[in-house]
Design a protein around this ligand. Structure first.
Ligand code: ATP
Ligand code: MG
Length: 337
């Protein structure tokens, strides 16, 4: 069996980082027909670990994320799209997994560490937030997933999941499937920088181009995009490393020859930012226009989207129940069986 599990936190609309880091890959894998099962999870319970005060926003963003999914071409006929919090089995699995993970191991998780610093949680980390990698281990293993297509920031989560799997299997016998991460082939897509030049495009940092941004908004964001601060006059030689306009061209433009020529010209001097940005905008619009149009269509019928999520959640729940029963059987805590 080849099974995929992946997902997103409903903390906002999805952006270009999600697209190149994971969504584009998911759609490709979905349509390849190489997989027996594909589970796509909207991680609302995980979003609540650092947004406990705003469940209404999380609820609204469930719909946003689902619309973005449909807009990029995820197809509920081929992929099971579901809502994490409605699959109670995931929390039961988490409870057992927490017993095989140490607090110091959680504190060492580099992504969690970075997020704690970013959110100024140092003095008051919600316990649920610190433990979210364990709940992610439950999300992945509950579906016997062996492939997890995600961005690079998720590598430590996958590593921690593999440790949980090995520990559980060691203690209770072969029970869980050990998953592999699947990163995008293209290096720049593994962690797309923000339009401000910061290392990661992220909802939390507010440096995103959203898949649902209208054409004018995208144009304005490209205009203000971080380039090379030393490239002042058009004739000045410019830098392409750390210049997000070129990074985005690497991520989105399939015409690599043109990009290579432009880079060369920019480095030599004589190619202005305005021109490069104009080209980037055209390239981005090629991807974004059809997504935006499909989204508009699905937006007309939110009830149908919720219905799709309910159906997917039922399918996901049945599978998670099977894995939980297997674990409890192997732990010999299925007392009433
Ligand atoms: P939050 O700030 O709420 O954590 P986020 O923007 O980090 O939001 P997530 O929902 O945590 O988004 O991540 C969903 C998926 O998108 C993960 O697979 C993650 O690796 C990927 N991803 C997120 N941002 C990027 C990025 N800038 N480049 C590549 N992949 C990304
Ligand atoms: Mg994140």
């Amino acid at each position: 069996m080849k099974t995929i599990l992946t997902g997103d936190r409903p903390t906002g609309k999805l952006h270009l980082g999600h697209f190149v880091g994971s969504l584009r890959e998911r759609v490709r894998l979905q349509n390849s027909g190489d997989f027996d099962k594909i589970f796509i999870m909207i991680a609302d319970a995980q979003a609540l670990t650092d947004h406990a005060g705003t469940p209404a926003a999380v609820r609204e963003n469930i719909l946003n994320v689902a619309l973005d999914y449909l807009a990029v071409g995820l197809d509920p006929e081929k992929s099971t799209i579901f809502i994490q919090s409605q699959v109670a089995e995931l929390f039961e699995l988490t409870a057992y997994y927490l017993n095989v993970v140490t607090v110091s191991r959680l504190e060492r998780n580099p992504t969690v560490k970075a997020e704690i610093a970013q959110k100024n949680f140092e003095a008051s980390i919600p316990a649920g937030f610190l433990c979210y990698p364990v709940s992610q281990a439950a999300d992945i293993t509950a579906f016997d997933a062996n492939i997890v297509p995600v961005g690079e920031d998720q590598a430590p989560m996958l590593e921690q999941t593999r440790e949980v799997v090995r520990k559980i299997n060691e203690l209770y016998g072969e029970t869980l499937v050990e998953p592999d991460i699947l990163l995008p082939q293209n290096q720049v897509c593994r962690r797309l920088p923000g339009i401000d030049g910061k290392a990661k495009m992220s909802k939390t940092l507010g440096n995103c181009i959203y898949l649902s941004d209208d054409a004018d908004t995208v144009a304005a964001k490209v205009k203000e995009m971080y380039t090379d601060p030393l490239h002042i006059k058009v004739s000045d030689p410019g830098h392409v490393e750390g210049n997000v306009v070129f990074t985005y061209l690497d991520a989105f433009c399939s015409d690599t020859t043109t990009v290579a020529e432009m880079k060369e010209h920019y480095q030599r001097g004589g190619l202005g930012d305005v021109k490069v940005k104009k080209f980037l905008l055209e390239v981005l619009e090629e991807t974004l226009k059809p997504i935006r149009e499909r989204r508009k269509n699905f937006e007309k019928n939110p009830a149908e989207v919720w219905n799709m999520l309910e159906n997917g959640t039922k399918v996901a729940q049945a599978k998670a129940a099977e894995v939980l029963a297997r674990l409890k059987h192997n732990m010999k805590i299925d007392y009433f069986k």
